[in-house]
Design a protein around this ligand. Structure first.
Ligand code: PXL
Length: 266
């Protein structure tokens, strides 16, 4: 049997991010990809490519998770954009219906196009209801500050501290992403599993963010864990997948490019 990976995430129609990126990554890494959609994001080309965001009805989210988990033996799930407190509540309850070997959380905190007030409720619900369920969490620079309570993360040392703090509050393995935000030649991610801290480095590919990099990283971790990799092995492979996906990125008519996972070879 091919290992099955489930993503609980939003649709991003242009194919760069969200469930589309997750499924491509799952496929590329030799897993059988499944997806339960939480929301539909449509970029708005007439409005600076801002996000138009529509949540999926909570019962429909629950139905999708019920269907995939009933049909397949799934012990490894990735959680991407949830977007509303009602969705978070639904997903938290759906996850509680079975035991999981791996719950990989990409803690997508704010999404352009959401009201700041609604976003705060969503952030708090994510922290209270989903973060405790996570076994592996992949915060970016901004999410690392929000989750760790640190006012600034300006160095790899700061990122190491953030990873330690996020591990303390969640108990999860943390892969904190410096990305292009931290200064220096390398994109540095910090892995912390409660015992060892490992810096994962690779040369930056440009200084621009590429759409879908965060989704791809967490999806690659998920696929590798589904296949039985250790958390550190999964993190190393995921970083290589993202490096390749950024190097082979796809341009279009938006001011940002999108990752392409299809050139990666193990
Ligand atoms: O990259 C974050 C992200 C996650 N999920 C969905 C998105 C985005 C960003 O556009 O649209 C559905």
């Amino acid at each position: 049997m091919i290992p099955v990976a489930l993503t609980i995430a939003g649709s991003e129609a242009t194919g760069g991010a969200g469930a589309q990126a997750d499924l491509k990554t799952f496929q590329q890494l030799g897993t059988f990809g499944t997806a339960a959609l939480t929301c539909i994001v449509s970029f708005d080309p007439k409005n600076g490519w801002g996000h138009r965001f529509v949540p999926v009805d909570p019962q429909v989210i629950a139905d999708q998770i019920e269907a995939t988990t009933a049909l397949h033996d799934i012990d490894t799930v990735k959680i991407g954009m949830l977007g509303t407190p009602a969705t978070i509540d639904t997903v938290a309850h759906a996850l509680a219906a079975q035991t999981w070997r791996n719950v990989v959380l990409d803690p997508v905190l704010i999404c352009k196009g959401q009201e700041p007030g609604a976003a705060l409720d969503t952030d708090n619900a994510l922290r209270e209801q989903i973060l405790p369920l996570a076994t592996f969490v992949t915060p970016n620079h901004f999410e690392s500050m929000a989750l760790s309570g640190m006012d600034a993360i300006e160095s790899v040392e700061d990122l190491r501290e953030a990873a330690r703090r996020i591990h303390e509050i969640s108990g999860a393995v943390v892969l904190a992403k410096g990305g292009v935000v931290l200064p220096g030649e390398d994109a540095v991610d910090v892995f912390f599993d409660g015992e060892q801290t490992v810096e994962l480095r690779s040369p930056k590919v440009g200084e621009e963010r590429v759409s879908g990099a965060g989704c791809t990283l967490a999806a690659a971790v998920t696929a590798e864990l589904a296949k039985g990799a250790t958390p550190l092995e999964a993190a190393r492979t995921a970083k290589a997948v993202v490096d390749s996906a950024i190097a082979h990125r796809q341009g279009g008519h938006a001011p940002f490019d999108a990752v392409y996972q299809g050139a990666y070879r193990a």
